[in-house]
Design a protein around this ligand. Sequence first.
Ligand code: ADP
Ligand code: TZD
Ligand code: MG
Length: 570
Amino acid sequence: MNSSEERVLTDGFHLVIDALKINDINTIYGVPGIPITDLGRIAQAEGMRVISFRHEQHAGNAASIAGYLTKKPGICLTVSAPGFLNGLTALANATTNCFPMILISGSSEREIVDLQQGDYEEMDQLAIAKPLCKAAFRVLHAQDIGIAVARAIRAAVSGRPGGVYLDLPAKLFAQVMDAAEGQKSLIKVVDPAPKQIPAKDAVLRALDVLKTAKRPLVILGKGAAYAQEDEIVRNFVEKTGIPYLPMSMAKGLLPDDHPLSAGAARSLVLKEADVVVMVGARLNWLLSHGKGKSWGPPGSKRFIQVDIEPREMDSNVEIVAPVVGDIGSCLLALTTAMSDTWPAVPDGWLASIKQRKDVNLERMSSKLLSNAVPMDYHCALGALRTIVKQRPDSILVNEGANTLDFARSIIDVFKPRKRLDVGTWGIMGIGMGAAIAAAIETGERVLAIEGDSAFGFSGMEVETICRYNLPICVVVFNNNGIYRGTDTNPTGGADVAPTVFVKDSRYDQMMTAFGGVGVYATTPDELSRAVNEAMDSGKPTLVNAIIDENAGTESGRIGNLNPQSVVPKK
Ligand code: ADP
Ligand code: TZD
Ligand code: MG
């Protein structure tokens, strides 16, 4: 064979990368190691952005948030067994939240795993991943990589989005095949998340119910934010004139200061509404399952639900008018089918909501302006609220208990997909992964407001933030512990109480350790100055905001979910 006849070869490494790139997936979040170290290297050499984390869970959380923000599956790349397991929490969390992501893990060879012969980092990963995601695939032959990646993409983004697992045994990467054939084996997925048009009779049924409402309410969820059909959502709300309640990550889908926002009258509208239109939101624990005291007397409501997942209907209460399809198609169909003589929402309903909003906002406003030292949640968040208002394009990340609950109600959001938080599980540890993905995917400034406990779950990723020089300002609400810093050990023993941390910890020094900016802030003015500076400069910054350790309450606003012992406390 002379050189002109020499076959040009490709291999598993390159085919995986080419299969992603051909589908416009250009970023990988992960942690390197056997057998995927070279996959990351080659991906970078081939022009992909490869963001290396300090722990796979945060890489996975970043991938899932990348998926949420872009509607393309975020990619998390891990090593086998322990790396895979570290990424698995994020995969399960993505699935729970309906975020599209693909966890790609290297693995051991089948013949060794299946005979349990004790390979390096051996584990039957496919079997373990299966119940925690929408779909799980393994690839044994290089020529199947294109198909596998295509299937993974479709599974992640079509219908209700979620997590997908792709198992790539080590030997696959070094398998070679003819480059031209390899190229032909790749698939650019056509229409990965097809529109799902609702049935006409479903639309008319929903309008028939809605028409009769005296006190209608729309609830917007993060599925509606994910859909990126912002104009259609806005038109639906404004044309019907129905007040709406945004779930936490749907804040900003319409600006929080929109006259139809009922966010500041939440308990009133949940209790009093007679027809509720769920739009990309589930009646799960976050809405007390659509029943119970907060929803008014039993039988006082009828529910319309717009969702892409037919099995979501009737999951907690009867849905009298299910509208199954994608948010854009459904809301457009509803808006279009409404007659020009569509009945206006009764003034009395709008007036009572406005009145309640005014009272609640007025009650809050003086607390936000206080200059208390040590700071309480209100005055610290009052300072940050102004900063977010002045920077509507920046992205807010938020986790903690009190830190989460207060920030959610105090900080207004003005544009869609600008608030990322603990989501459906109320999980701690999404903070740095979400912040990093937000900065990488959007190029915007990111403000992460973190309880000191919440921050600790992903705190080591401040090194990642510094390494990639990302425009992220982390504010740690340091109240010396979980919920409060005041618990004591009832036995008088040397161990502190389980909810308490080292007092007055210097979280700010974690950021300076890696070359970022660290600030210790004890007053709202200091906090405000430091965060403004960080948001202007874009330099990696951590502001250690000292919060009164007495200020919080047990479990924030969900203390009611906490089982209580009947045995008297010691
Ligand atoms: P929230 O926590 O904000 O209430 P959930 O995560 O509970 O929101 O609900 C999101 C819902 O949105 C899920 O039921 C999901 O099936 C649905 N969904 C996601 N994407 C779309 C879409 N493009 N069109 C319609 N529904 C969607
Ligand atoms: N582990 C995981 C993964 N998720 C959780 N939600 C918890 C543990 C339990 N948990 C909460 O629900 S909130 C929280 C924990 C540990 C931390 C609250 O403390 P914080 O916030 O410092 O973050 P505040 O402001 O002190 O309330
Ligand atoms: Mg705390």
